[in-house]
Ligand binder design. Structure first.
Ligand code: PMP
Length: 330
């Protein structure tokens, strides 16, 4: 009989699929690594597993302990899933701007969610940061994964994502492209691929226009999960050869094309990474192999990127210009 002992054993080993239509005019092979096929639906399952393994090994997390983290997104889902399987309590602190659907995913896995006001300064005792620090200090046996600084995040990618890509491409990849949020994915995967290839693989970051990684100050952008207004410890800029800035409009247009033309229903940061990959691939030849990582699926964005009125209200689609939209009959 072929089966996994637990859902946790199914984290990682995601496939590569070739992009065939959005790559029109490009000679290089462009392969997407499909991270939404992880059990919790995103690349973040990988770091959750590694961070909890390390905390157990170091004694920071003991049987029956409580995990406290300020997160509303994919990291919360990964932690909730693994914590549940191992009998830990999980408390996530989320700002009230985070939609009910996202909170419900966390509670569905058995996590507790504490909602804090969005419109307060970070140093206020009511803020997302202050409340999670206080809970971590007050609850006996609490452990705070601190994904922006925890080195087990990049390490999980050094140990799994990097080797998977190297093995699946039989060492033939020439470029690796990933969006940068905490920086863990690009740092760990990039470090492994540079070492494995003796420095020949080029590591390219994709960043929302305005974020610090591509020289901005943190100006707001709408693509979720990537970009920063500070420099997290999970990111090592020394691993990355180049960072390409991508606008929200380009990211969301590509996200829609990936669903419509490649059958890949993915999130906005995936569209962003593909835009950067295609920009990098423009000047490449047919022997080049570009791998681009797609961090999560598109179901969490149906009311935004895949909703015409939301897209129109932000100026991302323009019917007058003849742009095709999701509901169009053609
Ligand atoms: N895209 C999405 C949707 C994410 O949730 C994240 C994680 N913040 C990323 C991209 C970026 O990954 P990393 O934090 O490893 O840089």
């Amino acid at each position: 009989m072929k089966y996994a002992e637990s859902i946790v054993d199914l984290v990682g080993n995601t496939p590569l699929v070739r992009l065939n239509r959005v790559t029109d005019g490009i000679r290089a092979t462009v392969l997407a690594k499909v991270e939404y096929l992880n059990p919790g639906g995103s690349v973040k399952d990988r770091i959750a597993a590694r961070i909890l393994d390390a905390a157990e090994a170091s004694g920071e997390l003991k049987p029956g302990g409580t995990i406290v983290e300020p997160t509303s997104g994919n990291t919360g889902v990964g932690l909730a899933l693994i914590a549940q399987q191992r009998g830990y309590r999980c408390i996530f602190v989320v700002p009230d701007k985070v939609g009910e659907e996202k909170r419900n995913v966390l509670t569905a896995y058995g996590a507790e969610v504490v909602v804090t006001p969005t419109s307060v300064a970070p140093e206020s005792p009511e803020s997302y940061y202050s409340v999670s620090d206080r809970l971590a200090a007050e609850i006996p046996g609490a452990f705070k994964p601190n994904q922006y600084f925890n080195q087990n995040g990049p390490l999980s990618h050094y140990e799994t994502t990097g080797p998977e890509i190297w093995n699946d491409t039989e060492g033939k990849l020439t470029h690796f492209v990933a969006g940068v949020g905490t920086g863990g994915t690009i740092t760990g995967t990039g470090r492994f691929l540079r070492e494995a290839s003796n420095g020949t693989v080029r590591i390219i970051g994709a960043d929302p226009e305005g974020s610090v990684y591509s020289g901005g100050t943190g100006r707001p952008y709408l693509v979720e999960g990537v970009g920063e207004d500070m420099w997290p410890g999970a990111y090592d800029p020394g691993v990355v050869h180049e960072v390409i800035a991508v606008s929200d409009a380009e990211s969301f247009a590509m996200t829609r094309r990936l669903a419509l033309e490649e059958g890949l229903l993915v999130g906005g940061s995936s569209g962003m990474a593909v835009v950067a990959a295609l920009k990098a691939a423009e000047s490449l030849g047919e022997d080049d192999v570009v791998v681009v990582l797609l961090p999560d699926g598109g179901r969490g964005y149906l009311a935004k990127i895949f909703n015409d009125s939301w897209m129109r209200s932000h100026g991302f689609i323009d019917h007058a210009a003849g742009e095709r939209t999701v509901g169009d009959v053609i």
